[in-house]
Design a binder for this molecule. Structure first.
Ligand code: SF4
Length: 516
């Protein structure tokens, strides 16, 4: 809840959530609300009634409100957000990239700033699903790294090179430690570096059930000085949802066979296993607090105040038993990827990392040739760079410009399925084109939806472009440098123009600077 700050009029007072997570002394607890479709219905009334109870209860610091969760159209987060803030409960608004372009984002954000909706969770978002008369256009004009960077500029009052009123957004981002393969997992962590470099203030994990995986991302952030607060997502699925998640029906969410079996057995209880699932969640919250998380982000359909009371009371009860609990909360598929060696004593991780980047297939000729051409023609340090640049600029002003652009597009289309965006970033993605190879046009690393290396949108059919990027970079000597890049957003003014010419003219979004 943010009101006018008494000592700085016109400035919003610090929100309870921000104070709590910033203090890093209080174990911050938040709860996720999922608005339903339509504005006036019993589901919305139930959600508001629960928020009212939570506000009166006072044990949680904020509720988060999703933005068209699962890609399904629903009431926009700011609508419920303002009503819930008026109840005296703080709000985190999810802000996704799937349905709006950068200009709609900007106008929405300046509006939210005026209305005091400052706590955000910036995510790419699940792929859009059925809407009015069919499937909508998947927008993804920006990705979560771009949006975090944009918010950072807004907060500095340096937005678009003109003095704007400095906003005060508190920028949260997501990371998934629950990836089954090395490539998926490391690319998630490398993208986290980019999100934090872009200005993220705190991190919330994807939901999961394995204590050692939760510990892995905490350890990774410590080892790499990614010093922002971390909340762990603790989810209490309903029984039907357990089956859907087990068969991969919820993007990015993994329920392994062992846990599925346990939950199905518990499902035979009189309460269909509800108490057992709440107990497991309470144990996980206690384990997260013991391992050093800054808080827990609770989620799950149909939870009521009685469930909350049970959860938070049980968590206190288990705080004295976290040593054995970490062993108990071991729910990861056999053969699933872990980055660190196991600590047999705690059931969590040792500081020692496993060998990564080994055993990837030999580099494909298309990669080696493309890299050679790129390093020769587009690297200012190359002996022929100036000659290439000069001949290109000469072509630019001649009648050869159009056939030259057509030759470029045709060559790159045959080799890389080029979409002629005019601002080529092939070199930073191991010569894989995100405009054709990624359903969400991600330019700074993977979304959270891949599973077993398969794309969220084409499971079993198309492999995630960032899994392929990792494998190529690993085979070429290492992918770690991916964590320090920034893939600028596509500039649609360059659409259907020569990227080679735009590079030499400094027209593309990198200002003619070479990709690393
Ligand atoms: S290719 Fe990868 S990053 Fe792109 S949508 Fe699919 S899973 Fe997400």
């Amino acid at each position: 809840m943010t009101h006018e700050s008494k000592d700085k009029p016109g400035q919003p007072s610090i929100s309870r959530f921000r104070q709590s997570i910033g203090s890093r002394s209080e174990f911050t607890i938040t709860f996720e609300l999922v608005p339903s479709r339509g504005g006036r219905n019993r589901q919305t009334d139930r959600t508001l009634a629960l928020a009212r109870d939570l506000a009166a209860d006072g044990r949680i610091q904020a509720v988060s409100i999703t933005d068209n969760a699962g890609g399904h159209p629903a009431l926009s987060p700011e609508v419920l957000g303002l009503e819930i803030m008026a109840m005296g409960l703080d709000v985190i608004s999810h802000f996704s990239c799937k349905d709006k372009n950068r200009n709609e984002m900007e106008s929405q954000l300046f509006g939210w700033d005026r209305r005091g909706l400052h706590n955000l969770l910036v995510i790419s978002g699940d792929y859009p699903q059925q809407g009015y008369r069919g499937h909508p256009k998947p927008v993804f004009d920006l990705d979560s790294v771009h949006v975090t960077d944009m918010l950072n500029l807004m907060n500095k009052g340096q937005y678009l090179h003109q003095p704007t009123h400095a906003t005060s957004f508190f920028k949260g981002v997501a990371v998934s430690p629950f990836k089954l393969t090395e490539a998926e997992q490391l690319m998630q962590y490398y993208k986290l570096h980019r999100k934090i470099a872009a200005g993220a203030d705190y991190v919330i994990t994807q939901l999961g059930f394995d204590a050692r995986k939760f510990h892995e991302v905490l350890l990774y952030m410590r080892q790499h000085q990614l010093n922002v607060p971390l909340l762990g997502s603790v989810f209490i699925p309903s029984l039907p949802l357990v089956d859907i998640m087990h068969r991969g029906g919820v993007p990015g969410c993994v329920i392994p066979d062992t846990l599925h079996g346990e939950m199905k057995k518990e499902g035979r209880d009189a309460d269909k296993g509800r108490k057992a699932r709440l107990t497991r969640a309470a144990k996980l919250m206690a384990a997260l607090q013991a391992m050093g998380y800054d808080g827990a982000h609770i989620g799950g359909p149909g939870l009521d105040m009685a469930d909350f009371d049970f959860l938070l009371t049980a968590m206190e009860h288990y705080q004295s038993r976290t040593k054995e609990i970490s062993h108990e909360l071991s729910f990861w598929p056999d053969g699933g990827f872990y980055l660190y060696r196991k600590d047999r004593k705690t059931g969590l991780n040792l500081e020692e990392r496993k060998n990564i980047g080994q055993g990837y297939a030999k580099l494909r000729p298309v990669y080696t040739v493309a890299r050679f051409v790129h390093d020769t023609a587009f690297d200012p340090a190359s002996p022929v760079y100036n000659a290439c640049r000069q001949s290109c600029l000469t072509v630019h002003d001649s009648f050869l410009a159009r056939p030259f652009a057509a030759f470029e597009h045709m060559t790159k289309f045959l080799l890389f399925d080029c979409q002629n965006c005019g601002g080529c970033i092939l070199a930073s993605l191991a010569y894989l084109c995100p405009q054709s190879g990624c359903a969400k046009y991600m330019l700074n690393g993977p979304c959270g939806g891949s599973r077993d290396g398969w794309c969220e949108v084409y499971p079993g059919k198309k492999r995630c472009i960032y899994v392929k990027t990792y494998e190529r970079l690993a085979a070429a000597g290492g992918a770690e440098h991916f964590r320090s890049g920034f893939g600028p957003p596509r500039n649609w003014q360059l659409n259907n123009s020569s990227a080679w010419l735009n590079f030499y003219l400094g027209n593309d979004n990198r200002g003619g600077k070479r990709d690393k």
